[in-house]
Design a protein. Sequence first.
Length: 549
Amino acid sequence: MSHVSLYRKYRSQRFDDLVGQPHVVRTLQNALKSGRYSHAYLFIGPRGTGKTSTARMLAKALCCEKGPAEEPCNECDICVSITAGNCMDVIEMDAASESGVDDVREAILHMIEYRPAQARFKVFIIDEVHDLSPKAFDALLKTIEEPPAHLVFVLATTEYAKVPPTIRSRCQKFEFRRGSLAEIVSRLQHVAKSEGIESDPAALGAIARMSDGSYRDALNLLELAALTAEGKVTLDHVYDQLGLVHEEQVDALLTAIRESDVAKVVQTIEDVYRQGRDARAILESLMYRLSDLTVSAWGLSSTSASDAAVVASQKALAMQLGLDAILSMRSSIGEALVKVRMVSLPRLWLESELIRLASEVPWDGAKTRPQTEARAAQPQAEKAPQAVEERPRKSEPSPTKAVVAGGEEASAEAPPDGVSKMEEPQPDDPPEIARAKEVWKAAVEHIQAQFSKVMAQKLLSTRVVGFESGTLSIEFDRKIDCDSMTSGPNGPARITKVKEIVGKFAGEEWEVDFAAANRKAKSSSAEAVELPAEGESLLDLSRQVFPNS
């Protein structure tokens, strides 16, 4: 006997065997029991959810020698012949390959003139009916509107919107739903047990998730994984066969992004590519994992994790990453999935996207802040940062500059490369400026040690330029660092976190304003010039501005 695929071997033969569609089964059985069945049905829904199987079961229930009955007997000659696919009165047509008007005339219109040869009804099952041409629909319309009493149409489609309204209005519509993860896992366990296939629960969960709600796809994937594995079907077999990224590598990549470890991000991508995965597979694996972690971060149990140890590990990783970081990464990776098809060098593009994400991921996670507190901080984070007025750099120190910035002349040297080299309080600093410098240095050191080294590197090029009424004014040496800190979708979240850390070291809530240094030479020269004294000529004033003229 030739081999039969699992999805064909375990195709539902009775309504009671149909998984995940109780609303369809209940309505059809009530119609069969009461004798109020229709002349035309329209089954809609995703692939692999049981539309064609239900159409055949309906044909058997209508034509069964003991029927019409709620359940086909599957024993009489009619039921057996329909199951085998050789009943003369049940005609199946695939509209995807027979879509023309001539196909409809030959397969249907010429056949309706004859009464059933064996069964009670002549049943026409048209799969993928949306693929029929407009003229074919027109040819079919009159027959569906006023069919002979012995004729029943069952139309099935995955794209309901493409079926003309004139056809829809003449059919009873039944909507088939995608299978849930729990339902598909249960079905896989039943088939695996019946076939003697030993498997890990985690492997079945991965298969169920990749099937996208399709029972047929899930059984095909199980059969493929069983052929790959020499013994027990494990999660590694599923990953290798389906071209997925291993969970350990996905977790390592997420952790590297969260910790702003660019070297680890690049190395992990290199390792995954060496295993034959592409950019889209990496992004899809990240998205699936982040979906599970989101559920765990909210304290719920993921349906894809059935083992207690897996659930605990997943929850620990969610707490380590933090809810805010998880949600931010989901948003960014979702956008990347849309763009990845349009790039010519997907690997290099993926590296740059994940490196950028590692630099911009928000710091405040669910592990360090209660959820209610995070909700309260959200409106504040949405406010745009208030920038302090950009002060031109002076060529010479002025009394006003000395009062605001603590008597220090603004330096044009490159920013220091470590927290220890940040500006220290000076003896002639006002008390509030000296304290502001101490608080800011401690905050940047804390950010570098506990949150993001990449963002801390940008903050190392800052200086305290003022403190007034609880507002700390910070100036960046480079405008690009200021923009990367305050702009973008994660800018408000970064500023909110900096304010929280500054408030922790200050012992009270401070506002923090960021601005970039203005390096225009003319502005610097003009600002350094004092207003002319009484009796001083414009010529003397011009010589101050242009000393070499």
